[in-house]
Design a protein around this ligand. Structure first.
Ligand SMILES: Cc1cc2nc3c(=O)[nH]c(=O)nc-3n(C[C@H](O)[C@H](O)[C@H](O)COP(=O)(O)O)c2cc1C
Length: 170
């Protein structure tokens, strides 16, 4: 699959099959995340692979959006290892985590594994329940698994604004 085929094929899966993700596939997905660029190569990400019964039960307390996924990746970042933008008001933490997460979801699709990116959760509650260290902030959860036979993209999957609405040439 070339990049554009991959980008088109990825969709947010909202119904996963009751089938585990093989360890080697999971490791390939994590490797795709490892290759992601980060600001100043600071690599502030910390990815928690949640797949035990206990961890998935915690995820279900954090968000209603697991959709039966056998694995959830929690993409946190170390607040102390981020790049601070000039001006001091912003930093690259959530941005770095999002690039890593993008690699994870596209890497997964490239090897036939579906995902759903989630932010419908309270980061502070999630941090507490998952017992993350004080210096970490969790902004992204990713459901990972094989699609149920009935899974399909939502109708809005093909609905993207034309470039003229989102791009300005100056
Ligand atoms: C930043 C972000 C947050 C999202 N959060 C959720 C979520 O919490 N729950 C959910 O079911 N889908 C979530 N999604 C999936 C989006 O609803 C979905 O990407 C969008 O509707 C386009 O559909 P597609 O991914 O199939 O193209 C999220 C996607 C992104 C990129």
């Amino acid at each position: 699959m070339d990049f554009f085929e991959l980008a088109k094929a990825r969709y947010s899966c909202k119904k996963f099959a009751d089938k585990p993700v093989e360890k080697d596939k999971l490791e390939q997905i994590l490797e795709a995340g490892r290759l992601a660029p980060t600001a100043k190569n600071s690599q502030p990400q910390h990815i928690y692979v949640l797949s035990s019964k206990e961890s998935l039960a915690l995820v279900d307390q954090i968000t209603p959006c697991r959709y039966g996924a056998p694995v959830v990746l929690a993409v946190a970042h170390d607040k102390n290892s981020v790049f601070e933008y000039p001006g001091g008001a912003y930093n690259s933490g959530a941005e770095d985590a999002a690039i890593v997460a993008t690699h994870l979801v596209l890497g997964a699709k490239a090897i036939g594994v579906d995902t759903c990116w989630l932010n419908f959760f309270d980061p502070d509650k999630a941090k507490k329940l998952l017992e993350l260290p004080e210096n970490e902030l969790l902004t992204i959860l990713i459901d990972v698994g094989y699609p149920d036979a009935a899974a399909k993209p939502l109708p809005n999957h093909d609905s993207r604004k034309p470039l003229a609405e989102t791009v300005t040439y100056r």
